[in-house]
Design a protein around this ligand. Structure first.
Ligand code: ZN
Length: 212
């Protein structure tokens, strides 16, 4: 199933993907990653044959398969819909763990996402599915702004809610361990769709998000 999704042309482009890089066209190449990490170690001046590094290319190849597993998934794979006709009010899941990698430096950015929506037609999803939706997009080389938009667009497309809000707060290691070196600085991004754009509704959502 995973292979079938990733052949050329198998995935129809959508608005949410418009700003995204093209999807992978082949299967995960563990041997290619292993080779690349070996060469990378040589290039930075290390000895890939010394004790501590001998298994590093293999380990990185295995861990990248997990870290970038979202490249092989679509939001539809995790965001299943169920019906609960009684519920029409906002559903908000706060502090969903985000573990992603910035695509400019391939170092982690980590933090939390808050994901909310107002159901329409009784269409809801399991609360844990919102966390898995975040993972689908986080487990790709990313920029935080695009990830935030992709989560909101996927919610709107699949659940067709009356509105959606996604707020992401992350610390970027590329900012704290290199370059401008600003540890602790957090980047906050948001994407708001549908009825949640209404000032009163948006204010209600934001007050729930900032409440500790
Ligand atoms: Zn970066």
């Amino acid at each position: 199933m995973v292979e079938a999704r990733n052949v050329i042309g198998a995935t129809a482009p959508t608005d949410a993907d418009a700003a995204a890089p093209p999807r992978r066209l082949s299967t995960y190449d563990a041997e290619g990653v292993r080779r690349a990490i070996h060469d990378l170690l040589v290039a930075i001046g290390e000895d890939p044959d010394r004790d501590g590094l001998r298994d590093t290319p293999d380990r990185v190849a295995r861990s990248y398969q997990e870290i970038f597993a979202g490249l092989w998934q679509e939001p539809e794979d995790v965001l299943t819909t169920t019906f609960e006709l009684g519920h029409h009010e906002m559903v908000l899941v706060k502090d969903i763990e985000v573990r992603s990698h910035c695509e400019h430096h391939l170092v982690p950015f980590t933090g939390v996402a808050h994901v909310g929506y107002i159901p329409a037609g009784g269409r809801i999803t399991g609360l844990s599915k919102l966390g898995r939706l975040v993972d689908v997009f986080a487990r790709r080389p990313q920029v935080q702004e695009r990830m935030t938009t992709q989560i909101a667009e996927a919610l709107m497309r699949i659940l067709e809610p009356r509105g959606a809000i996604v707020v992401v707060e992350c610390e970027h290691l590329c900012m704290s361990m290199r370059g401008i070196r600003k540890p602790g600085a957090r980047t906050v991004t948001s994407a708001v769709r549908g009825q949640l754009r209404d000032p009163a509704t948006r204010a209600e959502a934001m007050s729930l998000i900032v409440a500790r």
